[in-house]
Design a protein. Sequence first.
Length: 303
Amino acid sequence: MAPDLTTRLGRVELRSPLIAASGTVGSVWEWADVADVGPYGAAVAKSVAPVEWPGRSAPRLAPTGAGMLNGIGIQNPGITAWIEMMEPWLPRLAVPVWGSAVGETADEFAVVAKGLVSAGVPVVEINLSCPNLEDGRMFSLDVGRSRDVVAAVRSAVEVPIGAKLSPNTDDILGVAGACLDAGAEFLTLTNTALGFGVDVKARRPLLSGGVGGYSGPGLKPLSLRCVHEVSRAFPGSPIIGCGGITTGTDVLEYLLAGASAVALGTVHLAEPKAGRRIRREMLRDMEKMGVSGVAELIGGASR
Ligand SMILES: Cc1cc2nc3c(=O)[nH]c(=O)nc-3n(C[C@H](O)[C@H](O)[C@H](O)COP(=O)(O)O)c2cc1C
């Protein structure tokens, strides 16, 4: 019998541990047109704010060694336009589509979360890797601010919510614990790491915004460290591992480190159908290892 790929994140049941990461599959429906969504348990739409964010000017994407830099500036149409665009699509897609909320204050996150739920998303991921209004630092670098955002979203919606954290904090356990205390039902570990690159010929930064988000294979050990430490400190708290996954073996690594599911990001930019290959590789690895299902792997290397 083929290994059982079903898994759970608290109240959320997934047919597969593979999730399409926010921002790397657009609004999901464009991607679903070209990719096979069957291998995925969920797909997270691009983060959305209360009002339109224009994003940064070009260049906003740049390849760099083992991965890439992005400095999109979370361009999005704002929640009202998002609802109009997405509501008709959500029931038609063959994969559950989760919403992703951003804002500049805790109240703004709550407004967006309400809007996402009114459009029909079954789960809200809170993207704490965006700058707050007061000093422009990322929410997820601050324990108190992260707690306030999650608490505001928790009181605004009843659907399952999760918090997506940055690998750049020196206190991942403090931030993770605050989010769980405030009502996050799962944690996504992690978003991109801060990075910088130089266009040598032009003698200027690769990205218009200078510092951006680094993603791809080089991120994997950094995100895995977060998964490992958080899963040991908060046993039983569901984790989505995210960062640098390109193969089925990478997925098993995250599961063994303590994740219950994983999100695939940058790999989609070069290979929109990556889920199909990664699912096949994962099943092959599990069969070789004589593993009966995902549940048997979770945390196996981090106890
Ligand atoms: C072009 C691009 C846009 C992204 N936009 C978002 C976003 O809107 N919201 C979010 O939570 N993460 C966003 N991310 C981060 C990814 O969801 C993911 O956490 C990160 O890229 C690490 O995974 P990876 O190494 O598999 O790409 C973006 C990443 C990229 C490359």
